[in-house]
Ligand binder design. Structure first.
Ligand code: HEM
Length: 318
């Protein structure tokens, strides 16, 4: 193939990939129609975080759960209606919170540019801002997502579970066009937030036929977690911070994994094959390397396409 026909072929391939997956995203999508949108969203997220420090973690996880079901189409924001139980009410999503922050951002954007900006884009901006307000990296969010009209609680079964091993995690990510590097980088989202006992109880009670506690879990952490989450009589909202600095976006999550002090089996699983173990070490030893990889992988994850309309109200279809 001559260089020019190779160029034509690869351009066509890129175009066909974009169109076969729905809306093409671009960085200047709102340049003329709503140039202020990102500043407006940033302001709302900053204000909300001042009042409630748990907001950034909630928004980052919400965006991840949105993108993994039907693409980043704000399907996670829709309310259940009539007989339709929406994603938000599916088991892995009952602990999602701070939906009101997205409502506030949407209201503020609608007041300036009515009917222009999708809820899916607002959530993608909010997730980026959540990382930035917590001290993490920034990136240029691709824009032009559309909002979906379908949201089913049953589909939340497709989200990766905290009990997953490395091959289950790899499969879940590769089905969405994401690599092992994306898996390790994006798992770094676990530098922020809180986990309930149910998410790691498999590791501290009846782990397997021979061990009560996961032998790969550091004994001191295991006994702390058992104290917080006894088998019986545990407080309703019991749980623990995801890492030692759970409102700061940093690389301490990877340092903890190397000490066998991560919370979930799915975090610990990143040590189980050489490729991901090397990445964990790289990210533990350099915050800059982690930040670069995280931003790159967030752009990839947030570009998983879906959706058809620009919703007026993020909780209901038009
Ligand atoms: C690799 C597969 C993943 C699994 C199995 C997983 C699982 C979980 C679980 C079980 C929780 C705790 C929920 C609770 O008990 O309340 C959690 C929390 C969280 N996850 Fe993940 N997660 C994964 C990937 C990600 C990704 C890709 C991100 C974002 C880039 C992310 C961001 C978060 C955040 C920020 C929290 C804390 C939420 C809060 O405090 O409200 N997770 N995750």
């Amino acid at each position: 193939m001559s260089p020019s026909s190779a160029f034509l072929f690869s351009s066509l391939l890129v175009l066909s990939l974009i169109y076969s997956h729905g809306n093409a995203l671009s960085s200047n999508y709102y340049e003329n129609s709503c140039p202020q949108v990102e500043d407006i969203v940033t302001q709302v997220i900053t204000e909300a975080t001042k009042k409630d420090k748990t907001v950034p973690a909630a928004l980052l996880r919400m965006h991840f759960h949105d993108c993994f079901i039907r693409g980043c189409d704000a399907s996670v924001l829709l309310n259940s209606k009539g007989k339709n139980i929406a994603e938000k009410d599916g088991p892995p999503n009952v602990s999602l919170h701070a939906f009101y922050v997205i409502d506030n951002a949407k209201k503020a954007v609608e007041a300036v540019c009515p009917g222009i900006v999708s809820c899916a884009d607002i959530l993608a901006f909010a997730a980026r801002d959540a990382v930035v307000v917590s001290g993490g990296p920034s990136w240029d969010v691709p824009k032009g997502r559309k909002d979906g009209r379908t949201s089913k609680a049953s589909e939340t079964r497709q989200l990766p579970a905290p009990t997953f091993n490395i091959s289950q995690l790899q499969q879940s990510f590769s089905q969405r066009g994401l690599s092992l590097e994306d898996l390790v980088a994006l798992s770094g989202g676990h530098t922020l937030g809180f986990s309930h006992c149910s998410s790691f109880s498999n590791r501290i009670h009846n782990f397997d036929a021979t061990n009560d506690v996961d032998p790969t879990l550091h004994p001191s952490l295991a006994s702390t977690l058992k104290g917080i989450c006894p088998l019986k009589n545990r407080a309703k909202n019991a749980g623990t911070a995801m890492d030692t600095s759970s409102t700061t976006f940093d690389n301490s999550y990877y340092k903890l994994i190397l000490q066998n002090k991560s919370l979930f089996s799915s975090d610990q699983a990143l040590l189980s094959i050489p490729k991901t173990k090397t990445l964990v070490s790289d990210f533990a030893s350099s915050k800059e390397t982690f930040f670069k990889a995280f931003a790159k992988s967030m752009i990839k994850m947030s570009s998983i396409n879906g959706g058809q309309e620009v919703r007026k109200d993020c909780r209901v279809v038009n």
